[in-house]
Design a protein around this ligand. Structure first.
Ligand SMILES: CC(C)(COP(=O)(O)OP(=O)(O)OC[C@H]1O[C@@H](n2cnc3c(N)ncnc32)[C@H](O)[C@@H]1OP(=O)(O)O)[C@@H](O)C(=O)NCCC(=O)NCCS
Length: 181
């Protein structure tokens, strides 16, 4: 059997998350979190919490896409709408890919699918926070139309060091193609 990390881009599909993906999504999230450099969490929450997040997501309009190779989740992108009155046009974006699937255009495909669906659901402001040290992700978001709108200084203190986080935003034009490219 060919190892899945050798999957060609055409063999990696992008689709809405399904209930049956939860265990695989949890493993993927945990693997990226344990790299310790990219996500705010250092390990995935327990499986039942991730399962609830996916189930709640379906109920509350969280836009959740996954990248799948040979039935295994290798990446995700989600936008969680803010539920407060007055803020419902905004959503928080999170994403990640297993290391062996990075820099093959899969992040771009995940982002495109997630933003297109977010816009369809009426979200016009997509915001995120990213460690300034995560140069790949900052470059990725800049390339895809996100603008810097602030800096959270000393946002994380860990192992004797501290890290700043950049706040970034991209506006989506209602009813049109995602804008800001
Ligand atoms: C950020 C991430 C999702 C990007 O996905 P990806 O599939 O690797 O990105 P793509 O292949 O679609 O890259 C598109 C563009 O992003 C930029 N980019 C991506 N990785 C980069 C890197 N290592 N260095 C510099 N630029 C990079 C480039 O502009 C690239 O275009 P190019 O390949 O034509 O130069 C991925 O690197 C990742 O999962 N990182 C770890 C988890 C993470 O950081 N999540 C975000 C937390 S806020």
């Amino acid at each position: 059997m060919i190892p899945i990390e050798n999957a060609t881009p055409a063999e990696v599909s992008i689709r809405r998350i399904a209930v049956g993906d939860v265990a695989s999504f949890h493993r993927c999230l945990d693997t990226v979190a344990r790299e310790g450099r990219y996500l705010a969490m250092l390990e995935a929450p327990p499986l039942d919490q991730v399962s609830d997040f996916v189930a709640e997501g379906r109920k509350h309009g969280i836009v959740q896409f996954v990248a799948v190779a040979a039935d295994r989740v290798v990446g995700w992108c989600d936008v969680s709408p803010i539920r407060w009155v007055g803020f419902r046009h905004s959503g928080n974006l999170g994403m990640g890919l297993l290391s062996e699937f990075r820099r093959r255009g899969i992040g771009r495909r995940l982002l495109d699918a997630t933003l297109t669906e977010s816009r369809r659901q009426g979200i016009t402001r997509v915001q995120l926070e990213v460690f300034v040290s995560n140069r790949a992700a900052v470059a990725f978001y800049e390339k895809h139309g996100f603008n810097h709108e602030g800096l959270k200084r000393n946002a994380r203190e860990l192992d004797g060091g501290s890290e700043d986080m950049a706040c970034m935003v991209r506006f989506l034009s209602p009813g049109g193609a995602p804008s800001g490219r």
